[in-house]
Design a protein around this ligand. Structure first.
Ligand code: IPE
Ligand code: IPE
Ligand code: MG
Length: 258
């Protein structure tokens, strides 16, 4: 299916807003989806309703990114620290992930989304693990946006795991310590094969990384917004992309003349 056809499915095609330069879009956007609980509290609702609304915001953002030509979207759905939340909330989130994945898989396939889940997946409920394996397999050959869902993800764990995997190769005699360079290290991360994010968005006014992609975000541009995640919409994404396009990325070099 062509990209144009894929993106017209089920809804009107969304055209890149005027003012955004299609040639200077971030190839990879990462997002810390924060503020579901506060969104619910503002409405006198239980936190769970905020998570439900958060799923709608994620679906919206994925479609917009796909339509506007962003190559990859990596979303932080559940951190290794989020297990410390009340058991009721953790159980609700795991069930929500299962339901949404089961319900949305066909649409993801049709829209040519390639979905992957990044994190310590073997610690997730078995039903969810099965759905994840199925969704990953069924969308692996898709040609549209790369959609990475960080689930039971923690960057420090990911880095330790990479170090262990490299150490095992050295111990087995298949790798010399001198061969461990940045590329070899990146190849052992959950994000292996994906370019580093160009833009990180964090919603809800928080200004921290919360153990997200510590290696990969080394040179990402940061867009921090007060918008609560369930309210994140086309306008909010457009503002983030405009903010990004107004930056000059130098990667440690000097400013180039216009
Ligand atoms: C983000 O929203 C969703 C997850 C971490 C699963 P929060 O649940 O952290 O919402 P706040 O920060 O309490 O508002
Ligand atoms: C980060 O949000 C994790 C996810 C969005 C999944 P948190 O709400 O858990 O982060 P902190 O606790 O405010 O740092
Ligand atoms: Mg939060």
């Amino acid at each position: 299916m062509s990209r144009a056809l894929a993106t017209t499915f089920n809804t009107e095609p969304r055209i890149l807003p005027q003012g955004l330069d299609p040639m200077r879009l971030p190839r990879h956007v990462a997002v810390i989806m924060d503020g579901n609980g506060r969104w619910a509290r503002q409405r006198g609702l239980p936190r769970m309703m905020g998570h439900r609304a958060g799923v709608e915001a994620l679906k919206r953002t994925l479609r917009l990114c796909n339509d506007w030509g962003v190559g990859a979207l990596t979303a932080y759905a559940f951190s290794t620290e989020n297990w410390s939340r009340p058991g009721e909330e953790v159980t609700f989130l795991m069930t929500l992930f299962e339901r949404v994945l089961a319900r949305e898989l066909e649409a993801l396939e049709r829209e040519q989304v390639r979905i992957r889940f990044l994190g310590e997946l073997e610690e997730l409920p078995e039903g969810l693990q099965r759905l994840i394996a199925d969704a990953t397999d069924r969308t692996a050959m898709n040609t549209g946006i790369h959609f990475n869902v960080c689930t039971n993800y923690g960057s420090r764990r990911e880095l330790v795991r990479a170090a262990q995997r490299l150490a095992c190769q050295v111990a087995a005699g298949t790798l010399a310590p001198q061969q461990i360079d940045e590329a070899a290290f990146a190849a052992e991360l959950h994000t292996a094969g994906e370019d580093d994010p160009d833009l990180l968005i964090r919603t809800s006014g928080e200004q921290r990384l919360s153990n997200f992609l510590l290696w990969q975000l080394a040179y990402a541009e940061l867009h921090l917004t007060d918008v609560l995640w369930p309210d994140f919409d086309a306008g909010a994404l457009e503002r983030a992309l405009l903010d990004y396009q107004g930056r000059q990325r130098r990667f440690g070099g000097v400013q180039t003349q216009p």
